[in-house]
Design a protein around this ligand. Structure first.
Ligand SMILES: Cc1ncc(C[n+]2csc(CCOP(=O)(O)OP(=O)(O)O)c2C)c(N)n1
Ligand SMILES: [Mg+2]
Length: 364
């Protein structure tokens, strides 16, 4: 224990580049994944889901920089296997809640590109009627309990839904996503603790993309993995390769079975990587292009599934290009749909605003 401050100081005295070079995977070339345990007939659809997410996210930067989408958004290019791998392991009635980087979860959960895109544009046809934008996506009918700008809060929403599911005994399992930065906020661990004590049907998914805004994970925590922290709360916890859809899916299937059987929550730390900045328009000066390219070349989640399917003859030559073209057309359609959609009627500004009776001396 006495050495700890010294170790931290040593780490801080090194540059990010030195640390990242020592830390990054040393392999060259795309790493293979084993898809033999996955439902073969569905895998092309999974690939289509991932490609759609990639195309959707990649379209957003120019739209925000030109002001067509107000403000900026958080893209999840590179993190597709976490969203699709988790959601594909769920049942349709299960619940998902997202943090501020949510589009991949929402699309995987079944929200249409039109509904999400129009919401980003602030249009009345968006999934929240254009009132919320990127950090207030929602569709209760699809079990999507929303995105949320408060770091760590989505896990609490999922935990509350899991408590309701347990009390109602309706068999629903709930997933709360958060990031590595969210793993350093206290509320996250309060939710994990409560869910474990109460044996709630919750799957806790930490999307460790290794950065919280511009802070690299080795500067936000030292020693051990995030999953190892979770073990101290008494729930099963493991770290998986978040760029391997088979690994994410298998971990989530196991977690869902445990939750549905009354065994309580499971913690999954999915190690992943975001290719774009923290938000659109960000100047990235905290990591090297070389680092980004290394992740793309060795672990791109779309390419890894594609190459496995091609190797096994489940994807014919040219089919991947067709999938990309199809996804690109769907995203383009969602942009045109948003552009031609009306903004919400100002007269409806007070709709859906909850007003509770209040008297000046206290609660009514
Ligand atoms: C409670 C709270 N503190 C700070 C912020 C500002 N903030 C927004 S995103 C973010 C970093 C989140 O990093 P991580 O959890 O790793 O998610 P990622 O952005 O990598 O997906 C911070 C600090 C916030 N939104 N909420
Ligand atoms: Mg992060």
């Amino acid at each position: 224990m006495i050495n700890e401050p010294q170790i931290i100081n040593e780490a801080l005295s090194e540059t990010h580049e030195q640390l990242a070079a020592a830390d990054r995977p040393s392999e060259d070339g795309l790493l293979e994944i084993d898809i033999s345990g996955l439902p073969a007939g569905e895998l092309v659809k999974w690939l289509e889901d991932m490609v759609l997410i990639r195309e959707f996210e990649e379209a957003l930067e120019p739209l925000t920089l030109s002001g067509k989408i107000p403000g900026s958004v958080h893209q999840a290019s590179g993190q597709e296997a976490v969203a699709v791998g988790v959601v594909r392991a769920l049942r349709p009635g299960d619940i998902v809640a997202s943090p501020h980087r949510p589009h991949h979860h929402a699309l995987a959960k079944g929200l249409t590109p039109r509904a999400v895109m129009a919401e980003l544009w602030g249009r009345a046809t968006g999934c929240a009627g254009g009132r919320g934008g990127t950090m207030h996506l929602i569709d209760f009918s699809l079990g999507y309990f929303g995105s949320n700008g408060i770091v760590g809060a989505a896990l609490g929403i999922a935990m509350g839904a899991a408590l309701a599911a347990k009390l109602r005994q309706n068999g629903q399992v709930c997933v709360g996503f958060f990031g590595d930065g969210g793993a350093n906020t206290g509320r996250t661990w309060e939710f994990v603790n409560f869910a474990t004590v109460e044996k709630l049907p919750l799957i806790v998914v930490c999307e460790n993309n290794q950065y919280a805004v511009e802070t690299w994970i080795r500067r936000e925590m030292v020693g051990g993995t995030i999953a190892e922290r979770a073990i101290g709360f008494g729930l099963p916890a493991s770290q998986v390769d978040g760029q391997d859809i088979a690994a994410v899916y298998a971990a989530t299937v196991e977690a869902r079975e445990r939750a549905a059987a009354g065994g309580g929550p499971t913690f999954i730390e999915a190690v992943t990587y975001r290719y774009r900045g923290h938000n659109t328009g960000e100047v990235i000066n905290y990591r090297t292009e070389d680092e980004v390219e290394h992740w793309r070349a060795t672990r791109d989640p779309v390419e890894r599934l594609r190459s496995s399917l091609e190797r096994l003859g489940q994807l014919r030559p040219g089919q991947f290009e067709e999938i990309v073209a199809g996804a690109s057309a769907v995203v383009q359609d969602s942009i045109e749909f948003s552009e031609s959609s009306p903004v919400p009627d100002p007269a409806t500004a007070g709709d859906r605003v909850l007003v509770t009776p209040f008297d000046e001396k206290g609660l009514a």
